[in-house]
Design a protein around this ligand. Structure first.
Ligand SMILES: [Fe+2]
Length: 386
């Protein structure tokens, strides 16, 4: 995050002696991004974070591609993804390219038996159903329905769920996830015209500092493979840190919509950016108020980006037969727009309760086997006049 955060205890000066009550040194770790150019935190551990005991296994978890080149508009029935006990195996990649993966998951159990670290992708975890606590080595974040959890690459975490009924929409991003640049001033502060500000962003507040030695399994993901690494010290042994690189939460319900007299383009809904895709939040809002306005969108050709919409709640104004938990994919290169009747139907309406997350990727998305299984097979014909 482009602001400073401090948690736990740290010495007054970086890279100086910082001692435990018994006189020995805490172990400092610089946790940085983009070489030494990006955001970073300075972390203080009970033990050296380098103590690998064993690398037990290495296995491939790359999604199986069913359709490498896709020109079909798809509707994926996301809630058909079967709930599974284990957090990592519950995550099903449905769409993917070399920059990002779109993942659906219905994990039933908290992740407690091992720790997880994604080394080359930031994770954006949207909570559609469920609540609990994201537990990380840089502090914990409580979450509930509507939260985006932003977990920068390299953050070791576990996740606790309050119940078995959880539905997650996850974007795994090989490009760093930032707040939109046009909403930040030259110091990084979110500007007045930003749809949210720093007060809406929840930082980790609770630091678990386990002073424990033993055997701790960390499943480390790197280039579509999992490495099962056993560490000799507890991964959550941090006593304090400060800096700009940490996980955070933002609720879609805190996104303040930007409205206008005529239909506003998708960028007004933008919530996050990377240099390979954007993430937008469609939230309940007042409709356009020009006397002749058409609240439903016009047909549009997203020639340079694939458009993924994940429907969360409410009635989605431009679509017929769309239910919560479904994904639509509108591939780059062909126009799409409101379904038959949707434009007329929208006229005179003054507000919408729709809630959806959109991911527009600049490279085309490939459809995986897990994704194609969820397809209804006929969505691409749903614009035909009957
Ligand atoms: Fe669109």
């Amino acid at each position: 995050m482009p602001f400073y955060h401090k948690l736990g205890k740290i010495p007054p000066k970086r890279h100086t002696q910082f001692r435990k009550p018994d006189g020995t040194l805490y172990s400092e770790q610089l946790f940085g991004t983009i070489g030494f150019d990006g955001m970073y935190s300075n972390i203080y551990h009970e033990y050296r974070p380098t103590q690998v005991k064993e690398i037990k296994k290495q296995y491939n978890v790359a999604p199986k591609i069913a359709r490498a080149n896709n020109m079909e508009s798809l509707r994926l029935k996301g809630f058909d993804v079967k709930p599974e006990k284990d957090y990592l195996s519950s995550r099903k990649t449905v769409l993917t390219n070399s920059d990002c993966s779109i993942i659906l998951a219905a994990p039933q159990e908290s992740l407690k038996d091992y720790f997880y670290k994604n080394t080359d992708a930031d994770e954006l975890i949207f909570i559609h159903k469920g609540s609990g606590k994201l537990r990380t080595f840089l502090g914990n974040l409580d979450f509930k329905y509507g939260d985006y959890l932003v977990v920068p690459r390299g953050i070791i975490y576990q996740i606790d769920f309050d119940t078995e009924d959880n539905r997650l929409f996850i974007v795994e991003s090989r490009r760093p996830i930032y707040t939109p640049k046009r909403y930040r001033n030259w110091f990084g502060q979110l500007l007045e015209h930003s749809p949210y500000c720093e007060r809406d962003i929840r930082k980790p507040q609770e630091l678990e500092s386990h002073d424990e030695k033993g055997e701790f399994l960390v499943k480390v993901k790197k280039r579509d493979e999992i490495f099962e690494m056993v560490y000799a010290t507890h991964p959550f042994d941090v006593v304090g840190y400060d800096g700009y690189n940490f996980p955070y939460a933002f609720s879609i319900h805190d996104f303040e919509p930007i409205t206008g007299r005529i239909h506003q383009p998708p960028p007004v809904h933008q919530t996050f950016e990377t240099d390979a895709f954007v993430v937008c939040s469609f939230v309940p809002r007042l409709y356009d108020y020009h006397p002749d306005s058409i609240p439903a969108p016009y047909n549009h050709s997203n020639i340079d980006s694939d458009e993924v919409l994940y429907y969360v709640d409410g009635d989605f104004m431009s679509r017929n037969d769309i239910e919560a938990g479904q994904i639509t994919l509108h591939p780059a290169g062909i126009p799409h727009g409101p379904h038959p009747g949707a434009a007329e139907r929208s006229i005179g309406k003054t507000e919408t309760e729709e809630l959806a997350v959109m991911v527009d990727t600049f490279k085309p998305l490939q459809v995986t086997e897990d994704g194609l299984k969820l397809s209804d097979g006929s969505y691409y014909q749903s614009w035909l006049e009957k």
